[in-house]
Design a protein around this ligand. Structure first.
Ligand code: CA
Ligand code: CA
Length: 269
């Protein structure tokens, strides 16, 4: 009898246990099963929307994007001379031939904003390692020696940017208070002057070789510079974010014709 009672008791306990399991399993198995699909849908929605950005990143990395601090084309010389004797020179320090069609030069006259250049010229062709490209303006030449040097540069490495010539873009029509910038694709990579600031007639600043101004001068990028740069400069208490670093430039007064210059060549350390 004792054993039968124990077996019967164990049977009751087992029944209660199974019933308990059932009652606790049913709602708990329903609750997560109804939540799990919705959370899966949410996850798949996120992964679906992440596909287009990742494909955009892939297309960006396959194009030629500027990399800060890495040698690339930069503005190597600026001549702001009497009359329309103007030259601005680019230099290729990369060690490789570059595709010039990636680059656009822009002129910002009299304080024009970054999105509002007076002139824009996208280049074409190629530029070999160590070579220069020159924008020039000799519409009213008085420095024939300088013009002779420019005339000897192959057409593929120069562009006439003259104010009076409607067939060209006016890149070389600056007169001391105008900024120039080099773009690679949509990105600004190098600047001469201060975009968005009109200094009056010229910028008067401390350059690598002392005080000077940006009018009636020949200015050269110092030999230690091998990368383009866009910096911020504070003038009169205002920060201008698209500016040159005056300490990367040396300046010589263009007081007499002919100018002392290095048009067509540039040297880096
Ligand atoms: Ca001007
Ligand atoms: Ca030069």
């Amino acid at each position: 009898m004792k054993n039968t009672r124990m077996i019967a008791g164990a049977g009751i306990l087992l029944s209660l246990f199974l019933a308990g399991c059932q009652s606790s399993l049913v709602p708990s198995s329903e609750t997560p099963s109804s939540e799990t699909p919705s959370s899966v849908v949410t996850t798949s929605t996120v992964s679906t929307t992440s596909v287009p950005p990742s494909s955009e990143v892939t297309s960006q990395t396959t194009s030629e994007e500027p990399i800060p601090g890495v040698p690339d084309l930069f503005i190597s010389e600026y001549i702001e001379g009497p009359s329309t004797n103007k030259v601005v020179e680019l230099y290729n320090p990369t060690g490789d031939t570059v595709d010039l069609s990636l680059y656009t030069m822009k002129l910002f006259t009299n304080g024009r904003a970054l999105e509002n250049p007076l002139a824009s010229k996208t280049l074409s062709g190629t530029l070999a390692a160590g070579e220069t490209f020159v924008f020039y303006n000799f519409d009213g030449t008085i420095d024939t020696a300088l013009q002779t040097v420019v005339n000897a540069i192959p057409d593929a490495r120069k562009w006439k940017g003259v104010y009076a010539d409607s067939g060209s873009t006016l890149i070389a029509s600056f007169n001391g208070d105008d900024a120039l910038a080099l773009f690679k694709g949509e990105a600004i990579i190098d600047v001469f002057g201060v975009i968005g600031q009109d200094p009056g007639d010229f910028w008067s600043l401390t350059f690598a070789n002392g005080g000077g101004k940006t009018q009636d001068v020949v200015m050269t990028r110092i030999p230690s510079v091998d990368t383009p740069s866009v910096g911020s400069i504070n003038l009169g208490g205002t920060d201008f974010p698209n500016a040159f670093d005056p300490l990367e430039w040396s300046v010589v007064t263009y007081a007499a014709v002919p100018a002392t210059h290095t048009v067509g060549t540039h040297t880096i350390d």
